[in-house]
Design a protein around this ligand. Structure first.
Ligand SMILES: *Cc1c(COP(=O)(O)O)cnc(C)c1O
Length: 768
């Protein structure tokens, strides 16, 4: 994008006059943010229009979550005007940095939603015609604070800064029908900019509104209450993002959200195909769809319904669906694979339900064993099975995960439909996760290998011969990043960290399978060893956590409380706090991640093997030159393949070990054999920590005494984890350790989302 400082400032000033009745000299921060953003938006219109006008085959990426984070910096970066805009602001005594106050668009929970955001940006950068379709939640993922160490949640009013990066596309509004109500779906379009290539794709987010605007006549007739109720019901659908990660909630409102998203999107697409004179039988010539997990899978029966309304037979409609839909699985956890009660779904969406029944009948007519292959069984609808049966491709998100899908989770389906199953290992966009969050490191890399890696991350391999020369600069940049993070944490969490300490980081959603508890136990183990004089030379380390727990997830909230109690104990102990600090940062989100990822010395990726489908924060850390302390799970396996196992710290049971150990595993026996571990685990119930609500005691039971206790083998992996962690901390500070960091950075190319979307385009979408 061309940038002329004078014109830019005049444009911003003009928008301030028109929209806010103010000017550059007196605008407040919010006004300036909005006017600046709108000035940029008016400039990109021609490119956006051109992209929409082109008659390319496109992919629709259907996702209930898009964890976009902040738009302003990445948009300016991709448009190639980040520095120019900053200079322009500086010439009038302002700067861009002030907009770090702008709220994140947190319309997602964690990895799945962030992946969708990375894919949009990478597709635009790779010039792949991919558009996102999602929900414009009024409130995103809750804002988190800690009160007495307990998680406290507040609504996330992300729109309070306005939404200058969206356009309300009123003319494309459609009506979505439920058995009990009609709802108007109004799209808000967000431009997605490719990196310095002029490509502008679209993220279309649907907002629910009442079909009829406020009816004054009815209100006057004293029936106002009824109108108000209708309005309330309609807007409620897109009020709030469900804060659950990797679990299914089973609420009807959630089903309404899912159907609202896919029905609006498909109606819009069908309408435009017809207007363009395209034969809907040939929809796959113009479109394909990617279903991001089971959340949008109800799109399949919805498209069947829409096509039958156009006069298609079921078989004709089925053929179109089979050609257009593809399904990504993100987890093998049974509690996350969506299942809907037949009565609930058929009540709310009778016609859609009928199409699911038709799919089940078709499956039966295929003559397959009904015990192995079913969509509806015992009055439960299995959305993953529906997706697999109809889709042309089913993909897992890392090699190990796809193998588990084939050999275990969807074994029967794989054996019958092997050609459908493919792997696409997840990726992250290197623009946000290196250029933007770590510009000093990016400039160092540029010095050695030029800038080609910005859009071709495999080129980072060219760093290998320069690693020795890069060591001092690497250390200096990491140090500066640590100083900045320490200052931020001091200001926001009230805990002072020394940048001389090792920054050992575990940031991700709070989940038992991710095993933050294993990390906590190890910290306490070190704490007691230092207190008892068994370790006299502990390498000074700051253990940094960040995580939100689903508000209804009891054990996850207990783990937050526990770690906050440990932090209090450690940080207030004058002996130990000289070499150890613990901090759990509040409200971990994309913007916090950007600050943390570039300042970490250790990336904790310690899920029980087999449970983390891929992970993507592991990739963010690697790209920023951080070693992984992890299990052979998800993409950690491929990280080791790319960067060398010797450059990372691997411990614990493998997938094969887990299966074997579970046959005989007994947590009480583990504790009996290890008095030091027992002492640590006992702190959950022996009064070491305040536990007014009995949460820690419950956590103890889930680890030691409950039936099937320690489901995720925390105690089993403890000894090997402590060994690997200690080894890492002792290696830190040597040139050898810094070399490992740079080997990881140089090997991160595979984990670019540019590679992922290119894989999707080739293997699944057949675009370009
Ligand atoms: C990348 C990211 C995640 C995913 O982290 P994992 O460790 O892969 O689960 C979650 N939340 C935020 C804010 C992220 O940026």
């Amino acid at each position: 994008m061309k940038f002329e400082k004078k014109k830019f400032l005049t444009d911003v000033d003009g928008i301030l006059h028109a929209d806010y009745g103010t000017d550059l000299a007196s605008a407040n921060r919010k006004e300036l943010y909005n006017a600046l953003s709108r000035a940029v938006m008016s400039g990109i219109y021609p490119d956006w229009k051109a992209e929409k006008a082109e008659n390319k085959r496109r992919c629709g990426y259907f996702s209930a979550e898009f964890l976009m984070g902040r738009a302003i910096f990445s948009n300016l970066l991709n448009l190639g005007i980040l520095e120019e805009a900053d200079e322009a602001l500086k010439s009038i005594g302002e700067d861009l940095k002030q907009f770090e106050e702008v709220e994140d668009a947190a319309l997602g929970n964690g990895g799945l939603g962030r992946l969708a955001a990375c894919y949009l940006e990478s597709a635009a950068t790779m010039d792949i015609p991919l558009d996102g379709y999602g929900i414009r939640y009024r409130y995103g993922l809750f804002a988190q604070t800690f009160v007495d160490g307990y998680q406290h949640e507040e609504g996330d009013n992300w729109l309070k800064w306005g939404d200058p990066w969206s356009v309300r596309a009123e003319r494309d509004a459609v009506t979505v029908h439920f058995a009990d109500q009609d709802v108007r779906a109004v799209p808000y379009d967000m431009p997605i900019f490719g990196y310095k290539n002029g490509v502008v794709n679209t993220l279309r987010l649907w907002q629910a509104e009442p079909v009829q605007a406020f009816d004054f006549a009815t209100f006057n007739d004293m029936k106002g209450e009824r109108t108000a109720t209708e309005n309330f019901n309609a807007t409620k659908i897109t009020d709030v993002l469900y804060p659950n990660d990797n679990t299914m909630v089973g609420k009807i409102l959630r089903l309404r959200q899912q159907y609202f998203l896919v029905s609006a999107s498909l109606q819009d697409i069908v309408k435009k195909q017809k207007a363009a004179g395209h034969d809907l039988h040939e929809l796959s010539r113009y479109y394909c769809f990617q279903l991001n997990d089971t959340h949008p899978v109800i799109a399949i029966p919805e498209l069947l319904r829409l096509l039958k309304a156009e006069g298609f037979t079921f078989e004709e409609a089925f053929k179109v669906c089979a050609e257009t839909f593809n399904f990504t699985n993100h987890t093998i956890m049974a509690e996350a694979l969506e299942k809907w009660d037949v009565l609930a779904l058929s009540d709310l969406l009778p016609d859609v339900y009928q199409e699911i029944v038709n799919c089940q009948r078709r499956l039966e007519a295929d003559g397959l064993d009904g015990n192995k292959f079913y969509i509806i069984r015992d009055n439960v609808i299995h959305m993953a099975h529906l997706a697999i049966y109809v889709s042309s491709h089913v993909n897992g998100v890392a090699e190990i995960h796809t193998n588990i899908l084939k050999t275990d989770t969807f074994k029967n389906w794989y054996e019958r439909f092997p050609e459908k199953f493919v792997n696409v290992t997840n990726g992250i966009t290197p623009r946000r996760w290196l250029l933007l969050n770590n510009p000093a490191m990016a400039r160092e890399i540029d010095k050695y290998i030029g800038t080609g890696w910005h859009t071709d991350l495999a080129q980072l391999r060219k760093l290998e011969p320069h690693i020795e020369k890069m060591l001092p600069a690497f250390r200096a940049v990491k140090r500066a990043n640590k100083e900045k993070l320490a200052a931020y944490i001091s200001a926001h969490e009230g805990i002072d960290l020394s940048p001389d300490f090792i920054f050992d980081v575990q940031v991700k959603r709070l989940h038992e399978y991710k095993r933050q508890l294993l990390n906590a136990f190890a910290i306490l183990y070190f704490y007691y060893a230092i207190k008892d004089g068994e370790i006299t030379d502990f390498p000074p380390t700051a253990f940094i956590f960040g995580a939100k727990a689903a508000p209804g997830y009891y054990n996850a909230k207990a783990i937050i409380k526990y770690i906050n109690e440990i932090a209090k104990l450690v940080n207030n102990d004058p002996d130990v706090s000289k070499v150890m600090k613990v901090v759990f940062v509040q409200n971990y989100n994309v913007s916090y991640a950007e600050k943390i990822v570039c300042a970490a010395d250790v990336s904790e990726q310690i899920s029980m093997a087999g449970m983390e489908a891929s992970g993507t924060s592991n990739m963010k850390f690697m790209l920023n030159g951080t070693v992984t302390l992890g299990t052979l799970d998800g993409a950690n396996v491929e990280i080791c393949e790319e960067a060398g196992r010797e450059n990372n710290y691997i411990f614990g049971a493998t997938v094969e070990d887990v299966a074997a150990v579970k046959q005989y595993y007994c947590p009480t026996e583990m504790l009996g054999n290890d008095p030091k571990l027992r002492r640590v685990v006992e702190t959950l119930r022996d009064g070491t920590f305040s536990d007014e609500k009995g949460m820690l005691k419950k956590l103890y039971e889930s680890i030691v005494t409950d039936y099937g206790a320690d489901r995720y083998l925390v105690l089993y992996d403890f000894a090997d984890y402590v060994r690997a962690k200690m080894q890492l901390l002792r290696d830190y500070g040597t040139e050898d350790f810094d070399r490992k960091c740079l080997h990881n950075m140089a090997a991160a190319g595979k984990f670019s989302a540019d590679r992922s979307v290119t894989d999707y385009a080739k293997l699944i979408w057949h675009l370009k």
